[in-house]
Design a protein around this ligand. Structure first.
Ligand SMILES: O=C(O)C1=C[C@@H](OP(=O)(O)O)[C@@H](O)[C@H](O)C1
Ligand SMILES: C=C(OP(=O)(O)O)C(=O)O
Length: 437
């Protein structure tokens, strides 16, 4: 636990880079472990969640070197090179680690147990077990949750429609499909992040992706050849950039540059929403980094107008609702978020925790079953608030503290390091002030 007192801020200035993308870092570790030979991952995210994936792979016999904090070398042992873990594998607090590993382990020739911290043991796991069983996997959940008991089996290809729009479930199926004896076809019903597809294709997997009715349908053919090792530079995480981005928009007198940020369209729903709200964000130097679109963002404080968020946009900004809620408190009018019930099964119930904590700060916020409504603008007030151990809520509350009338107290911001190690230092480098309590 580490508590902070956040002080009101008179404007953010300057330029910064952000830590590597969390989703891409997880996938580079997992797919690197299956390649034949060493993969080098530069600008790897050394956040708690990705370290949980590295720990799991080490337990499965993979050697991972870290010549520097942000460079990782994964010594891939080929598709059939994993070894059984002698004890249950601890996925800590990371849903991505647990769900992607479930897919990977379903097709091995040994059994595994996946477990984690209490926060993770509360999250739903049948969503990944059901489609994997359809491929022949033997997986037992514990009343729908982890611990998961996986008896590796020979898998067969199948045709699946994703019932829950989840990149974690889709990626688990794709990992399992590498081991199936026939092709696997997945139909998406919403545009979830496509990092696994991009990386698999870059490594030589035979994955055909078709877009019809704006949704993707993909077929992965069983892999008979070794996957090519990776040599990649991970772009900065847009989900981490979201915090200084929103802070600069809502603190008058701010002007910042965020360098080398991933702008994969399956991830930038928040940017689209903010631009519709009147945000001044300029995109410079667009390029491809590791088969992923990246750019530099220039952000200036802006008067925001309320917006309604629903449907596909929810999926493309799924991790950004805690910080989006802070932006909405400063927007003119009533912002409505619908179709976002998935938020209830993240690290915390992010509808309930956002509503509870923002009310303490004086926000005008109404809880809905599938979202919330916020009426603004409101000058936030001093209060003692709780992150509930949820990294994205901790960072969103920190940004709220920068625009509050008086200092606010947050009970635990150490959890920010699950996805954004160095968060406080990055915000401080742009002009934010805080005191550790
Ligand atoms: O695949 C991924 O890397 C992720 C997918 C999303 O989860 P869901 O698949 O549960 O929507 C997201 O919330 C999570 O932070 C990372
Ligand atoms: C939901 C998140 O991650 P995960 O599902 O991997 O725990 C997140 O990072 O906001």
């Amino acid at each position: 636990m580490s508590a902070v007192r956040v002080l009101p801020c008179t404007g953010l200035q300057g330029s910064t880079t952000l830590p590597g993308d969390k989703s891409i870092s997880h996938r580079a570790l997992l797919l690197g472990a299956l390649a034949n030979g060493p993969s080098t991952i530069n600008n790897f995210l050394p956040g708690g969640d990705c370290l949980a994936t590295a720990g799991a792979l080490r337990a499965l016999g993979i050697s991972i070197e870290t010549p520097s904090e942000r460079t990782v070398i994964v010594h891939g042992r080929g598709l059939n090179g994993l070894q059984p873990s002698h004890s249950p594998i601890n996925c800590v607090r990371s849903g991505t680690t647990m769900r992607l590993l479930a897919g990977l382990l379903a097709g091995q020739s040994f059994s595994s147990i996946l477990t984690g911290e209490e926060q993770l043991l509360r999250r739903p796991m049948e969503r990944v077990a059901i489609p994997l069983r359809q491929m022949g996997a033997e997986i037992q959940t514990t009343n729908g949750h982890a611990p998961l008991h996986i008896q590796g089996r020979r898998l067969h290809g199948t045709q699946l429609t994703l019932e829950v729009p989840s990149a974690q479930v889709k990626s688990a199926i794709l990992l399992a499909a590498l081991y199936a004896d026939s092709p696997t076809t997945i139909q998406e019903t919403a545009p979830t992040r496509d990092h696994t597809e991009r990386m698999l294709q870059a490594m030589g997997a035979v994955l055909e992706v078709h877009t019809s009715n704006k949704y993707r349908k993909m077929t992965l053919f069983p892999h008979r050849h070794p996957l090519t090792p990776l040599e990649i530079e991970v772009p900065g995480d847009f989900s981490s950039a979201a915090f200084p981005l929103v802070a600069a928009l809502i603190i008058p007198g701010s002007h910042i540059h965020l360098k080398n940020i991933g702008i994969n369209p399956t991830r930038t729903g928040l940017l689209d929403a903010l631009i519709q709200m009147g945000a001044s964000v300029r995109i410079h130097n667009e390029r491809l980094v590791a088969n992923e679109p990246a750019a530099d963002l220039e952000v200036q404080s802006s008067q925001l107008k309320a917006i309604e968020i629903a449907g596909d946009l929810v999926v493309r900004m799924i991790d950004e609702f805690p910080i989006f809620a802070i932006a909405a408190t400063q927007a003119q009018g009533k912002t409505v978020v619908r179709d976002a019930a998935e938020l209830r099964v993240k690290e915390t119930d992010r509808i309930a925790t956002v509503v509870t904590e923002l009310r303490k700060l004086g926000a005008v916020i109404v809880e809905r079953l599938d979202g919330f409504e916020i009426t603004g603008p409101v000058k936030l007030q001093s209060a003692a608030v709780s992150s509930h151990g949820d990294h994205r809520l901790a960072m969103a509350l920190f940004v709220a503290g920068l625009i509050a009338r008086d200092p606010i107290f947050i009970d635990d911001v150490a959890c920010a390091a699950d996805s954004f190690p160095g968060f406080l230092e990055t915000m401080q480098s742009l002009g934010a002030e805080y005191a550790s309590n």
